[in-house]
Design a protein around this ligand. Sequence first.
Ligand code: GLP
Length: 217
Amino acid sequence: LNEKPEAVLGLATGSTPLGLYAELARLCAAGELSFAKCTTFNLDEYIGLDGTHDQSYRYFMNKNLFEKVDVRMEATHVPSGAVKSDEEAEQYDAQIKAAGGIDLQLLGIGNNGHIGFNEPADTFVYGCHIVNLTQSTIQANRRFFDSEDDVPRQAISLGIGSIMNARRILLLATGADKAEAIRNAVYGDINPRTQASILRTHSNVIFLLDKAAAGLL
Ligand code: GLP
């Protein structure tokens, strides 16, 4: 943001970036950073949750970052949990393109190697699309909901192509739960069973790991 105030940022949710968002909010409050000219696009959202639901990713972003920094709310984008088809979902890719493309894409990683909500599959999906969540992801996200029945079964996510189009990618991972996914992403075959493995073919990607997440490297 200091180098390019009008940057287009690709943002992620999950517990992993919370420390980063707190630090960005601190820097912004201290006058060392400004989001005033940037545009943001989030990776994903649950289907069926609107932005006022406390487990929606829009709500998460508002609470954990947007309301704490000087970003223009109208310049923040989170995919709509109300979309009904992949054709509708792809309009989000068009919005990103119209904004000039993502300069820096922030990513976490799922226990099963997913990025965004691109779950292990037989293929990589290019564009923004509707995803059926796997049982392992539903279980992993169960802790945020009253019961497993309340966890949405579907999400809208940027596709692998939408992510790979970013000029730079920064993937964060912490904790031993991520060690296997990180090993598969870094040393395994480049294969849609571990969606993050494709990142190795990007020319400007950084994996930033704590010791536990890097434990199997
Ligand atoms: C979620 C999100 C991902 C996130 C991942 C890991 O399902 N869709 O974007 O990277 O899970 O979450 P956490 O950082 O809480 O481990």
